[in-house]
Design a protein around this ligand. Structure first.
Ligand SMILES: NC(=O)C1=CN([C@@H]2O[C@H](COP(=O)(O)OP(=O)(O)OC[C@H]3O[C@@H](n4cnc5c(N)ncnc54)[C@H](OP(=O)(O)O)[C@@H]3O)[C@@H](O)[C@H]2O)C=CC1
Ligand SMILES: Nc1nc(=O)c2c([nH]1)NC[C@@H]1CN(c3ccc(C(=O)N[C@@H](CCC(=O)O)C(=O)O)cc3)C=[N+]21
Length: 288
């Protein structure tokens, strides 16, 4: 029997509809949620993602602005741009597209984003709050994965979640969010010996490796839920995930496709966080 497909496009659309309603209510109160996306250099993949983000904003009535800076932009010039955005009344969320050119220090740039506008949830304060279980913007990709699990009725408490990958934007926060929902969490990475011996134990397996078709049937336990975060190009330049879908299909109970799985959820949660940022600002104004 084939695995149940978790449809990120469909679940994402359902969430976007409710976000769109919140946009309408904000506009009635004279506030249009605004997202600024900062893109440095001309990385092809980044440009595509940025376009998707902008289109998605516009589709639900949000304002979006692209700040496109040349590859040779200095770190100081970028920081100055972020300061401008921090101070703008019409911008509620700021996203600096990663990766940045090598001569720019990502940590310094991210730490400059005002925490109330950090809709990616990457700044040290946002990350710290998330670790402490305090209210904050959650990083969009792991947040989107949590929504996929929730909407698919997959139980997390008591389950063994194994994460492959420990990046700051996906793997690490993913484990933290699953832990908060009472999963038992194992992190694996490039220094993990005998990876299948760990992944085979997973009730919930999260692949965030960045290698096409890396997770094969030898990694997956019968009946596991497999979430494929990877966005890669195969040898034919076709979009594919970290999971070898055709091998794992039938072994997993549930599986996310690429495209149409986690990717659309990342953008959905970015819209969600930006609307939340605008609502937070309105609530503050009402108090004053
Ligand atoms: N769908 C979406 O919305 C998004 C998708 N992505 C995609 O997700 C994937 C991961 O992204 P990201 O986390 O940023 O990538 P990184 O390259 O930052 O991290 C990859 C992680 O995988 C680990 N890894 C690499 N090789 C192996 C191996 N052989 N065995 C076990 N672990 C390994 C690395 O370990 P170590 O730490 O030891 O180096 C690292 O922790 C990419 O394909 C990316 O394009 C990313 C963001 C959003
Ligand atoms: N500051 C920052 N925040 C990010 O969230 C961020 C980033 N930098 N840098 C790059 C990664 C990657 N990422 C994706 C978003 C959407 C899709 C997406 O929409 N994917 C579609 C298809 C896309 C296509 O057709 O190319 C899908 O999987 O169905 C993919 C990947 C966000 N990232």
């Amino acid at each position: 029997m084939s695995s149940a497909i978790i449809n990120g496009k469909e679940i994402g659309q359902e969430i976007r509809n409710s976000v769109a309603e919140r946009v309408t209510r904000l506009k009635e109160q004279g506030l249009t949620p605004g997202l600024a996306v900062v893109l440095v250099g001309d990385n092809q993949a980044s440009a595509t993602y940025v376009r998707n983000k902008q289109k998605s904003c516009e589709a639900i009535g949000m304002f979006s602005e692209l700040i496109k800076l040349p590859e040779e932009t200095t770190q100081d010039a970028l920081l100055a741009q972020i300061e401008l955005l921090n101070n703008r009344e019409d911008i509620h969320g700021i996203l600096v597209q990663l990766p940045l050119p090598k001569h720019i220090d990502e940590d310094t740039v991210i730490a400059t984003i005002a925490v109330e506008k950090d809709v990616d949830g990457f700044s040290p304060v946002s990350v710290g709050k998330m670790m402490l279980g305090q209210e904050t913007f959650l990083p969009c990709t792991p947040f989107g994965v949590m929504k996929l699990l929730e909407y698919s009725g997959i139980e997390i408490a008591g389950k063994h979640a194994v994460i492959v990958g420990r990046s700051h934007i996906v793997g690490k926060p993913m484990g933290q969010l699953l832990l908060q929902k009472d999963a038992t969490v194992t992190y694996t990475h490039s220094k993990t010996p005998n990876l299948p011996s760990f992944t085979k134990q997973a009730d919930i397996l999260i692949a965030a490796v960045g290698r096409a078709n890396f997770i094969t049937k030898e990694h997956v336990k019968e009946g596991a839920v497999v979430i494929d975060v990877g966005i890669n190009r195969d040898e034919n330049n076709k979009l594919c995930g970290d999971v070898n879908f055709s091998e794992v299909d039938g072994i997993a109970s549930h599986i996310t496709p690429v495209p149409g799985g986690v990717g659309p959820m990342t953008i959905t949660m970015l819209l969600f966080n930006t609307v939340q940022a605008a609502e937070n600002k309105l609530a503050l104004q009402v108090k004053l």
